[in-house]
Design a binder for this molecule. Structure first.
Ligand SMILES: [Zn+2]
Ligand SMILES: [Zn+2]
Length: 264
């Protein structure tokens, strides 16, 4: 594969010369995810419902999710998940363009005015990483499609209680965000987050948009965790207590540890 093309038009590319990237998919030198691997993902793409893991054309008929369409790029335990990790924890900024490109390829054509809403990141994680990775990809995706990006959801609280049971977790997710700014009824809102674990945060965000008056809400995530969870109550598909059932909290705890590491 001869994908090693040197472009020296941006600071990212200059940096790439000193810290070259190897494709997460095939190992070739060049970008964090090469063109061939991106094409392969898009060519063989099947959308799955992040809640039941069954193939879905956007609206799963078995799961009651507050989205008119929900799209994912891939599973978290594959190279797609690795690429997200590299982007967010190792601040490989050029991976953001690859992620936005794949999202653009898998999200179908959406009619009318579309506004991309990034799910807000915990503030101390933004400080630790030096950038808001979710917002950055949301902006790139919006730019590719000619859509707007608006941060109409903000963090109301940054604490996540690890080990909370399902009811507490739902409550925390519903209290984690608040609406900021006007919602237009005629606009399609595309809520975006990088990772879907239990989906509690994405669903809480969608419910808030709906409460604010949004009539059409779509969702998009990059990587979905395939955590087989115990039968639940229809909210994230998880029930019971304990750390495996409490994936969002576990994820935030891992995030916390990593951000502490990078503070040192
Ligand atoms: Zn590759
Ligand atoms: Zn489903």
């Amino acid at each position: 594969m001869s994908d090693f093309i040197v472009k020296n038009t941006t600071s990212v590319s200059i940096l790439d010369l000193f810290c070259p990237h190897f494709c997460r998919g095939c190992g070739c030198l060049g970008r964090p995810f090469c063109k061939c691997c991106k094409n392969y993902i898009v060519r063989t793409y099947v959308n799955y419902c992040p809640a039941c893991y069954e193939p879905s054309e956007g609206k799963c008929t078995d799961c009651e999710l507050p989205f008119d369409g929900l799209y994912m790029v891939g599973w978290r335990d594959t190279e797609i998940g690795e690429l997200v990790e590299e982007y967010k924890y190792q601040s490989v900024r050029s991976a953001g363009s690859d992620l936005a490109e794949m999202l653009d390829a898998v999200i179908p054509c959406l009619k009318g005015e579309v506004v991309v809403v990034p799910l807000p990141t915990i503030r101390k994680h933004i400080r630790a990483r030096g950038f808001d990775h979710t917002k950055a990809v949301a902006r790139k995706l919006a730019r590719r499609r000619g859509w707007k990006m608006q941060s109409v959801l903000v963090r109301a609280q940054d604490t996540v209680q690890v080990g909370a049971d399902n009811e507490q977790r739902k409550k925390q997710a519903s209290e984690a965000f608040e609406l900021k700014g006007e919602i237009c009824r005629d606009v399609t809102y595309l809520l975006f987050d990088d990772i879907w674990t239990t989906g509690a945060s994405m669903m809480a965000g969608a419910e808030l948009l709906k409460e604010g008056g949004a009539t059409k809400i779509m969702g998009a995530v990059i990587a979905v965790s395939r955590m087989k969870l115990v039968a639940g109550d229809g909210f994230g598909g998880s029930g019971g207590v304990g750390r495996t059932a409490n994936a969002d909290s576990v994820e935030d705890e891992v995030d916390d540890r990593k951000s502490k590491d990078s503070d040192n």
